[in-house]
Design a protein around this ligand. Structure first.
Ligand code: ATP
Ligand code: MG
Length: 651
């Protein structure tokens, strides 16, 4: 592969940034030499009720795992996220909400947010919710999500947010796993002009779940929905009748803050448990640094509230810092594909954070929808969720960022709670597709299959040595699985499940899930590199590569390819794509099979489900395992149908 290009920190950016190159070097070094001293300093960002005496008590030993941070400190999350901003900002906007329908919007001030949080906290208390109880939140992307989460943590309850695009079965499973006492939902949701029957789904889920004693219903559309008196209550009526002050409950740093299920790219979602003190320290301080937020910035993270990205960097990060953020209920392509860009223009968004999958979809539409809007307010761009292919990176940089905005490619997971690898924008020059350098206090390790830690450039398993405050403490009800999955494979290290390559400058590039590595004639090929090469072909919108059993090579390379608008499927184009990859990566990587796919199966977080594509590539069309996270089941059927046709045609 050609050496990746380098984009220096934009002129003038570093001078104003929280962290410039020299500060990064100095701070990183000291954070590794004495992590406790570093994190003690960061912890001053939080208003503690009882200060902690010990910073960390951690050991990555699978036989005796310990992850404890600031353990004897006490605090309340909602006081840190809301109350402490009131003296200066009560009348200023906390949330700039844009509804699914263009033209429908709402501004929520810090004062209004605080009022709703206190009242809802009192409502929950009245329903018997107390410290340690779980409340499941199944809401559209509306300000009441912030209110609901903050109301829970005000009384020491634990929130479990479930993506509102999930079915009643998915909701039911997550309620059952968490043993939730109360469910907060809405009459209906709106997404891309379509109605989502939330209360209907909620009723079906709750019917089998005796742990749920009450359902609080937000009126979003005002539709008539079934209502069970005694069990159900309307949010607006309950909040209006509640007392406007609720005393915040003091909790320990290691008391749980929330449960969150992973997006399920690789199988059954895991319910990760995050605790209060360490998570808030890591979320609040890293958000400010990695997005280089300053007073006056308008922040927008497009992730759905059901994902960790939203928990840490759309909700907790901005709230802890008293930042104004945009909240958008809809989808980027409705009513047309300029919707996001019109919102950026309207609110003068300066920091924008999204996922590569959405960027690729918008790239397919060309520059027209972008050109209609003034995006000159943008200063910093972010990416998360999967490795960003260089083609999409360049488009993001040039077309959305006008060539002037650094891109922070944030590598982390539900399990890690907050960022681990990131090019801090005032400090680290960008290399497209690389999550670049470790965040403060984070010690990456590239570990080979034998468990040897590599020095210098090389490829291997993405592991981390030593704990960090934001990391999850366990999988709910399954601590054994937590230890086995993350700490047993390479004792002494946290294993992410991802592959990585480190270059000569010490930059890291995630190469995909380790389980997805394709072994062609003894050569290990990462799916991300192959897909990036295919997707750089001018006719290609998106691709997914998997291995399939091959008599000679062990694994063959099977590429599913989605074409851009205006390109037709043909055998000639197949040959061209194969030659293109051969030229860019080498003959060993040439796809053996190119299969056209008008759409790729993704989970609800927009991530490609290679697990399913691998089965289809092996001509195994049955039993796709847990498919509860597949966003559009029709896409799988279509791919199976096309594969069967190809097979029939080739006989
Ligand atoms: P599951 O664990 O249930 O299969 P998931 O891993 O998709 O689901 P998340 O925790 O939301 O659920 O995603 C974390 C994963 O996303 C990482 O392990 C990594 O594979 C990928 N990822 C996230 N951000 C980046 C990034 N900036 N660069 C590369 N990969 C990323
Ligand atoms: Mg994962």
């Amino acid at each position: 592969m050609n050496a990746p290009e380098i984009y220096p920190v934009p002129p003038g950016f570093a001078a104003r940034a929280h962290v410039d190159a020299a500060a990064y070097e100095r701070l990183y070094r000291s954070s590794i030499d004495d992590p406790d001293a570093f994190w003690r300093g960061q912890a001053a960002f939080i208003d503690w009720l009882q200060p902690f005496t010990q910073v960390s008590d951690t050991r990555f030993d699978p036989d005796d795992l310990r992850i404890r941070w600031f353990a004897d400190g006490t605090l309340n999350a909602s006081v840190n996220c809301v109350d402490r901003h009131l003296p200066a900002k009560a009348a200023q906007p906390a949330i700039l909400w844009e509804g699914d329908r263009a033209g429908e919007s709402r501004t929520v001030s810090w004062g209004e947010l605080a009022d709703r949080v206190n009242r809802l906290a009192n409502v929950l208390k009245g329903l018997g919710v107390g410290k340690g109880d779980v409340v499941t939140i199944y809401l559209p992307v509306i300000p009441e999500v912030f209110v609901a989460m903050m109301a829970c943590v005000r009384i020491g309850a634990v929130h479990s947010v479930v993506f509102s695009g999930f079915s009643s079965e998915s909701l039911e499973n997550r309620i059952a796993d968490a043993g939730a006492k109360v469910l907060i939902t809405a009459d209906e949701g709106l997404r891309g002009g379509r109605v989502v029957p939330l209360k209907h789904n909620a009723d079906r889920a709750v019917a089998t779940q005796p742990s749920i004693r009450h359902v609080v219903v937000v009126r979003r559309t005002g539709a008539e929905v079934p209502f069970s008196p005694g069990r159900d209550l309307w949010y607006d009526e309950a909040v209006a009748a509640a007392e406007p002050w609720c005393e915040p409950v003091e909790v320990g740093a290691e008391d749980p803050l929330f449960i969150l299920y992973t997006s399920g790219s690789t199988g059954k979602p895991k319910g990760l448990v995050h605790t209060t003190g360490g998570y808030l320290v890591h979320a609040g301080t890293s958000w400010r640094i990695i997005f280089d937020w300053h007073e006056g910035d308008v922040f927008w993270c497009t992730a759905d509230v059901g994902w960790v990205t939203a928990h840490t960097y759309k909700i907790y990060g901005p709230l802890l810092n008293g930042a104004t953020s945009v909240l958008f209920e809809g989808v980027p392509t409705w009513p047309d594909s300029s919707r996001w860009w019109s919102i950026i223009e309207r609110h003068r968004v300066s920091i924008f954070y999204t996922a590569p999958t959405a960027l690729r979809a918008l790239m397919r539409e060309g520059e027209g929808p972008v050109a209609k809007h003034d995006l000159s307010s943008l200063r910093v761009l972010g990416s998360v969720g999967e490795p960003i292919n260089p083609e999409a990176w360049r488009w993001y940089h040039a077309v959305i960022g006008g060539g002037r905005c650094p891109i922070v490619d944030t590598y982390w997971q539900t399990e890690t709670g907050a960022v681990l690898l990131v090019p801090i924008p005032g400090a680290i020059p960008n290399k497209p597709g690389m999550a670049a350098k470790p965040y403060f206090g984070i010690r990456p390790a590239v570990v080979d299959a034998q468990g040897q830690v590599l020095d210098g450039p090389g490829e291997g398993n993405m592991c981390f040595a030593g704990s960090w405050p934001g990391q999850a403490r366990t999988i709910l009800h399954d601590h054994e699985r937590f230890v086995r999955t993350y700490f047993a494979p390479y004792p002494g290290y946290f294993f992410t499940g991802d592959g990585v390559r480190r270059d000569g400058d010490g930059y890291y590039r995630i190469s995909g899930r380790v389980d997805d590595v394709i072994n062609v004639s003894g050569h290990r090929l990462g799916t991300v590199e192959l897909e990036s090469a295919i997707s750089s072909h001018p006719a290609v919108a998106e691709s997914a590569v998997v291995g399939y059993p091959h008599e000679v090579k062990g694994h063959g390379v099977f590429a599913y390819v989605t074409l851009k608008e205006g390109f037709a499927e043909s055998d000639e184009l197949r040959r061209e794509i194969v030659a293109w990859v051969r030229e860019r990566i080498g003959p060993i990587a040439s796809p053996d099979i190119v299969q056209w796919a008008p759409a790729l199966p993704k989970n609800r977080a927009g991530k490609i489900l290679r697990r399913i594509l691998t089965k289809v590539a092996a001509n195994d069309f049955q039993d796709f395992g847990d498919t509860s996270t597949v966003a559009e089941p029709g896409v799988v059927d279509d791919i199976v149908h096309r594969r069967r046709q190809e097979l029939a045609g080739s006989n």
